[in-house]
Ligand binder design. Structure first.
Ligand SMILES: [Mn+2]
Length: 413
């Protein structure tokens, strides 16, 4: 992303802040594995959305007076020995070029700088990103800072910046959509590699190796999130990460994977028979999911209630399964559909955005139709990425084989 994208995101965030307020955002810190090295560092997604800076221990500070906003970024200093061991740190000129932020200071200066601002009498509110995916999740640096600020600067009323950033992230800008199109090409290469290699006897970890190898040709970043790749009965575990199972003749392969491009992610699922030919029962169930998915891409358009997307996926698919003679009563659809059918995707795979009441252009969400028939041993999902346009929607992942004969033909070649 260009710096103008990040600068624009910040400007829109600053507009939402109250006058006489401060904003402090942290990029995050590394997390140590139980003994030795650290997990790969992943910056706060909000931080990278707003700054483009992929580095641990950076801080963005913004000061809003009546109207004017000043911003500063605090970075890790150049450190010859640390950089010899773990790689170069972003330097001032790069930070300016990536983020568009002109005022740069070393991280050690932050505490003093904030102290003076807090005591200046000019500020009454402090915005922090106090997001947690689930209660009990580990505290981020923002939570530590929140406690410290509450104790030392009780005159600053704290507010959650994440609620505002979620509003910004809901509508995707043209450069994000362009990045997602690139990420779809990478995802396609990965899924097609698995389809091509597929054969009875193959282990799930070998499918994963095909996916990872294909993605590795596009850059060092790899999959956007831990890939779900499973065979046969393991498809009944919705978030399966063991990769130890073996595909037996007649089994279906399920994948739920994503690629990355310029920080934007995809989230795509396909289901195919490991031997390259759908059985009659697999065809029957897959055709229901396929018809439901296609129906959704026909009807989604601006103005539709977001809640109706999920409801319609469920009810339409229930009708298809009933027509196919699989389901006696549509009320029992829960027997075969185990999870929701729509979630936003973008800077996160389950994108952290403000849930909209109605659909608007620029929103991107997954249309995910999962069918799990335990008695028949058939489970899969068909998940695509739906971009809402001015007058309808577009399936961004449509080029990844998704129709029965198309998948069979592709696997034959
Ligand atoms: Mn998914």
């Amino acid at each position: 992303m260009k710096k103008e994208f990040h600068a624009g995101n910040r400007a829109r965030l600053y507009d939402m802040m109250k006058p006489n307020s401060l904003l402090v955002l942290f990029s995050g810190r590394e997390k140590r594995k139980p003994n030795d090295e650290s997990y790969p560092f992943s910056p706060s997604r909000n931080f990278i959305y707003l700054t483009g800076l992929d580095s641990k221990e950076f801080i963005l500070l913004a000061m809003k007076d009546d109207h004017e906003v000043k911003e500063e970024v605090f970075i890790l200093p150049a450190a010859f020995l640390a950089e010899r061991w773990t790689g170069t740190r972003l330097k001032e000129a790069e930070v300016r070029e990536l983020s568009g932020i002109e005022t740069i200071q070393e991280i050690a200066a932050f505490a003093g700088r904030f102290h003076r601002l807090a005591l200046s009498g000019n500020y009454s509110h402090l915005y922090l990103d106090l997001y947690k995916a689930a209660p009990g999740d580990e505290d981020t640096p923002a939570f530590d800072f929140s406690r410290k600020a509450a104790a030392e600067y009780p005159q600053l009323r704290q507010k959650d910046a994440c609620a505002m950033i979620k509003k910004l992230r809901l509508i995707k800008q043209p450069c994000e959509i362009a990045a997602m199109r690139e990420a779809e090409k990478i995802t396609k290469a990965g899924i097609e590699a698995m389809m091509k290699a597929s054969r009875p006897g193959m282990y799930e970890y070998q499918y994963k190796a095909e996916f990872d190898h294909a993605l590795g040709q596009f850059g060092p970043q790899g999959p956007a999130f831990p890939s779900i790749i499973s065979a046969g009965k393991n498809n009944f575990c919705i978030h399966y990460y063991s990769y130890t199972g073996q595909a037996h003749d007649g089994d279906m392969i399920l994948n739920d994977v994503g690629g990355y491009y310029d920080n934007v992610m995809t989230d795509v699922s396909r289901g195919w028979p490991c031997n390259g030919r759908y059985s009659e029962r697999q065809k029957l169930l897959y055709s229901c999911a396929y018809a439901t998915s296609n129906h959704m891409f026909e009807i989604v358009k601006p103005g539709m209630k977001m809640a109706d997307v999920d409801k319609t996926i469920r009810s339409y698919n229930a009708e298809r399964l009933k027509d196919a003679g699989v389901l006696a009563d549509v009320k029992d659809i829960g027997t075969y559909m185990w999870h929701g059918g729509a979630h936003h995707v973008g800077y996160d795979v389950h994108d952290v955005v403000e849930a909209p009441e109605s659909i608007a252009p620029g929103i991107v969400f997954c249309i995910d139709v999962g069918i799990y028939h335990e008695e028949w041993g058939i489970g899969f999902r068909l998940e695509d990425n739906c971009l809402v346009t001015e007058d309808g929607c577009e399936n961004l992942s449509r080029d990844i084989p998704r129709e029965i004969s198309q998948i069979e033909d592709f696997m034959k070649k």
